[in-house]
Unconditional design. Structure first.
Length: 720
């Protein structure tokens, strides 16, 4: 980008996993140049821990420190303690058991009692290196076995009393691997390397990267790196950690802000300057309900965004049933007011048909031409639609990925709305871009709530709207957890609902459609349900992944039209399907589903005015964690609350759609525990970037220099 400071888009949004500090010359030295690291060890460090340079080693942070003054007496160990450090004399070492169950056991004895130590692996190492009768310092997670305290695979080292004048009592222990341990690089020995490293580098190698105003009450960068490895005290360690966590989050947020600013500046977009008759007539005459506060807010965000001249790239997160379709329609009307066509894409045929039906119904008295285009659109109709889109006689087209095929050409596409985005790949979306000389505005709608903190880190560079409010008058779904042993009662309950004229879903887990066992389970379930609901009085449609698409669609359609009372199937039961008359959702083996999946499934009911129910069936033997999940489901209907809990239980790496985002590769920060730091970092970063989007003020020189020093080529998965 010439003289302009901002690095190119890909430069800013990439971040080397293996080298945060590439520019500072000494820190980019290959690890083999460090004293004590020959080529062999260097190879191991690269392979095992991804440590290639001095800088990598510097950022390989200790996961704990040994504090020799903090020793627990064996008699004081309780089951409530997680990790303990104990000092004692090692007793005789016994080899017990044979072959696979072979283990090595010893006792550590202090003046108050005995603690068992056990090894299942690395037995020869233990035999060679540990000497009975000597004093050892032992650290590990205690478990209680037959009422006795035990540590399996303890960290163990000969006990040496702290010597007088020793600078710090806190000795770092680093993450290591079995292979490295075998080569003399255990968690503590890596610390020796770090020590050598600190003899070779100086403050010059780690210049400050935060602006001065953020350094008040915060440790400097160099000092923080020293203290996090070799703290003078627990206090100093905490300050160092606080500083480095903040730095990590803050830099990430600045980077996201810069990407967004860069996109806004450099992507040309259609100008939707006005709100005209299409929107106003619809809003004043045909809108069937009052918009919720959240809907009003979001449509305003979209209006502002599309009137600025850059391409909107917006993610709309709204809980199931929050009314996202109406947002799509209103945005499309604004596009029409400005002379542009719009498309609305759904991941499945059935959803596309539903959207088409509700749009034509809502717009029946408006001079708006809506068309449907899917894989099964008949040839003549298809020809008519293609022609209409080219000639701009069709304003809105609703469809499946049939829309992105190259033969589909628009006269003037201005807005593309993508519903339930997770089913559309990035490559598919990119093809939309080519449908007009200036790419259309893109609105991606998803019903998978993502916790705010996660969204902030994973999607912080996108425009982002949240609908966290349901239309008024909805009856919250009643959710209960029942054991499979009470299935009979559940069936009776479903029967009373069906007798009232309602419909019901039965969902079975089928993680892999090819799994023979679970397929048999499904068939068995089908027989079971059928025996409670015999034909011809009751009709059941079944959908699963082994069916051809046509067959699936037909079965689904029969349920949608009310021809069948029960829809039984695997999770292919479509996301987003709207059958307001369905009031019961029975989820079999609910313990096998994750929280967000359960929430999605439950969202299929509760769409009408009747009270709806969700029944989670599980085995009595379900794990404690699974039962905890089911309890959460029973306690709340709020997708955002559920997402937060999910994040707490599973950790950030696992949440839908964010796995590959790369935004979560923090070395020290943890978006759950460091929530407050994250909010603060975001606030500060946004303020800084708004004031000085080119980071050219002298006060921002440090951060600018730091960002410039980072050049690497690893992609940052973008969602849109
Ligand atoms: P989702 O966000 O899950 O896609 P939908 O757009 O399918 O939700 O809306 C769910 C239902 O709520 C639809 O029947 C829709 O007509 C209705 N709806 C949407 N917005 C409102 C509103 N503001 N007031 C009342 N009902 C609404
Ligand atoms: Mg929807």
């Amino acid at each position: 980008m010439g003289t302009h400071f901002l690095p190119s888009f890909w430069d800013i949004c990439t971040e080397s996993k293996k080298n945060h500090l590439s520019q500072a010359s000494l820190l980019s030295s290959p690890i083999e140049y460090l004293k004590g690291v020959g080529p062999l060890r260097a190879d191991m460090l690269k392979k095992e821990l991804n440590l290639y340079t001095f800088g990598d080693l510097l950022q390989h942070f200790p996961h704990r420190h040994i504090d020799k003054t903090q020793v627990t007496l064996i008699a004081n160990i309780t089951p409530q303690q997680d990790f303990v450090q104990v000092k004692g004399i090692l007793q005789g070492i016994d080899l017990i058991g044979e072959k696979r169950s072979k283990r090595m056991v010893s006792q550590l004895k202090d003046e108050t009692g005995q603690l068992e130590l056990a090894w299942f692996q690395g037995i020869s190492w233990v035999q060679k290196n540990l000497v009975a009768g000597q004093a050892y310092l032992v650290f590990g997670r205690v478990s209680f076995f037959n009422g006795r305290a035990q540590i399996v695979h303890p960290e163990i080292e000969p006990y040496v009393a702290a010597t007088q004048g020793q600078k710090s009592l806190l000795e770092p222990v680093y993450p290591s691997t079995e292979k490295l341990k075998a080569r003399g690089l255990n968690g503590k020995q890596i610390g020796k390397l770090t020590q050598v490293l600190f003899q070779q580098i100086s403050e010059r190698d780690l210049p400050e990267n935060l602006p001065a105003h953020l350094l008040q009450n915060r440790m400097g960068r160099w000092e923080a790196h020293r203290q996090i490895h070799f703290p003078n005290s627990n206090e100093q360690y905490k300050k160092a950690l606080e500083r480095l966590v903040f730095e990590e989050l803050f830099i990430a947020q600045v980077r996201l802000n810069l990407i967004k600013i860069d996109r806004h500046k450099n992507s040309r977009g259609h100008l939707f300057v006005k709100v005209g008759d299409y929107f106003n007539d619809f809003y004043n005459k045909y809108l069937p309900f009052q918009l919720t506060g959240a809907q009003k807010r979001v449509i305003k965000e979209i209006r502002i965004d599309t009137a600025k001249g850059y391409q909107m790239n917006r993610l709309l997160q709204g809980d199931v049933g929050s009314g996202k379709t109406m947002i799509a329609l209103l945005a499309m009307l604004i596009a029409a007011d400005n002379g542009f066509q719009s498309c609305l894409m759904a991941p499945t045929e059935i959803l596309a048909q539903q959207h088409y039906a509700s749009l034509t119904e809502l717009l029946k008295d408006m001079p708006v031409e809506v068309a449907l285009l899917t894989g099964s659109t008949k040839i003549a109709e298809r020809r008519r639609v293609l022609k209409g889109l080219m000639e701009d006689t069709i304003h809105f087209v609703v469809g499946t990925h049939a829309i992105i095929e190259d033969v589909v050409q628009f006269k003037n596409l201005g807005l593309a709305v993508i519903d339930e985005q997770h089913r559309f790949g990035v490559a598919q979306r990119a093809r939309l871009w080519k449908k007009n000389t200036i790419p259309p505005h893109v609105l991606v709608m998803t019903a998978t709530p993502i916790p705010r903190t996660l969204a902030m880190t994973a999607f912080g560079d996108l425009d982002y709207s949240v609908m966290d409010e349901l239309p008024p008058g909805r009856q919250p779904i009643k959710t209960v957890h029942r054991y499979e042993t009470t299935r009979g009662t559940v069936m009776e309950f479903v029967k009373t609902e069906i007798t009232k004229g309602r419909q019901a879903y039965y969902v079975y887990p089928l993680i892999e459609e090819s799994e023979k066992m679970s397929f048999e389970d499904l068939m068995q379930g089908y027989e079971q349900v059928k025996s409670y609901f015999p034909e011809p009085k009751y009709k059941i449609s079944m959908v699963h992944g082994r069916q051809k698409n046509v067959e699936k669609e037909t079965n689904m359609q029969r349920f949608v039209t009310g021809d069948t009372q029960i829809l039984l199937g695997t999770t292919v039961i479509e996301v987003g399907v709207n059958v307001p008359n369905a009031s019961v959702m029975v989820i079999e083996s609910a313990e096998k589903f994750g929280l967000s999946q359960l929430h999605q499934l439950r969202g299929r009911v509760g769409r009408g005015s009747e009270q709806s129910y969700c029944i989670l069936l599980s085995s009595v033997k379900a794990s404690r964690e699974a039962k905890e999940r089911l309890k959460i489901m029973c306690n709340t209907n709020d997708g955002f609350v559920i997402a937060e809990k999910d994040l707490e239980i599973r950790g950030p790496g696992d949440i839908d759609g964010t796995r590959q985002s790369g935004a979560l590769n923090f070395k020290l920060a943890n978006i759950i525990n460091d929530r407050e730091a994250l909010l603060l970092a975001k606030e500060q970063a946004t303020e800084l970037c708004e004031k000085d989007p080119t980071l050219s003020s002298p006060e921002n020189a440090p951060i600018r220099a730091y960002l410039q020093s980072q050049k690497s080529k690893i992609g940052w998965g973008k969602i849109a």
